[in-house]
Design a protein around this ligand. Structure first.
Ligand code: FMN
Length: 167
């Protein structure tokens, strides 16, 4: 099997976030997908070891922001390479509360979708969380960042907990 075939799949980049018991958690994902239109539902694949997975399950809700092209590597590092357990990722980038109570950072984000959790599928290393949109907002006119732009222009790497990681 040629696993490099998976490199031909195209994605955007997002921050998925949630809050429970006073803990704000969020992480970068490339796996946010709109799965239905009526009602509007999205899925996100989050590694079971990520703090964000635990907090989404606990709170029964999550917010997804689409990262825009103004994002830099310190921003990606903040949300994608650190743990929410030991560090408040939202302190540096501002924090708003979405319609479902999940926090989100408006900086470097061009859209917000706030979801209540309606189903969770165990897919092995990750949970696939299915959410129904309760609110959606365009936050700016900036262009959304693609995974390809992240790799080719920002020269970004993919960490082991990402669904698309290859050793
Ligand atoms: N983690 C996932 O669970 N699912 C993903 O789809 C995913 N995609 C990522 C893509 C990129 C470009 C980067 C930089 C990271 C990605 N990650 C993904 C990894 C998480 O963002 C990372 O493990 C994060 O530090 C987890 O934070 P937390 O423990 O506070 O939840």
């Amino acid at each position: 099997m040629d696993l490099t075939a998976f490199f031909k799949m195209t994605y955007g980049l997002y921050v998925v976030s949630a809050e429970a018991d006073g803990l704000r958690a969020g992480c970068i994902i490339n796996t946010a997908v709109q799965v239905t239109a009526e009602p509007p539902r999205v899925s996100v694949a989050v590694n079971k070891d990520n703090v964000t997975a635990r907090v989404i399950a606990q709170s029964g809700a999550f917010a997804v922001t689409a990262i825009d092209k103004t994002a830099d590597m310190p921003y990606i590092g903040n949300f994608g390479f650190r743990s929410s357990d030991t560090y408040d990722k939202f302190e540096k980038y501002g924090c708003e509360t979405s319609a479902v109570g999940s926090p989100y950072a408006p900086e470097h984000a061009c859209a917000l979708i706030a979801c209540r959790l309606i189903d969770t599928v165990d897919v092995g290393t990750h949970y696939l969380f299915i959410g129904e949109a309760v609110d959606a907002q365009v936050l700016s006119d900036e262009e959304p960042l693609t995974y390809s732009y992240y790799h080719t222009v920002l020269k970004g790497k993919t960490p082991p907990k990402a669904s698309s990681y290859q050793a």
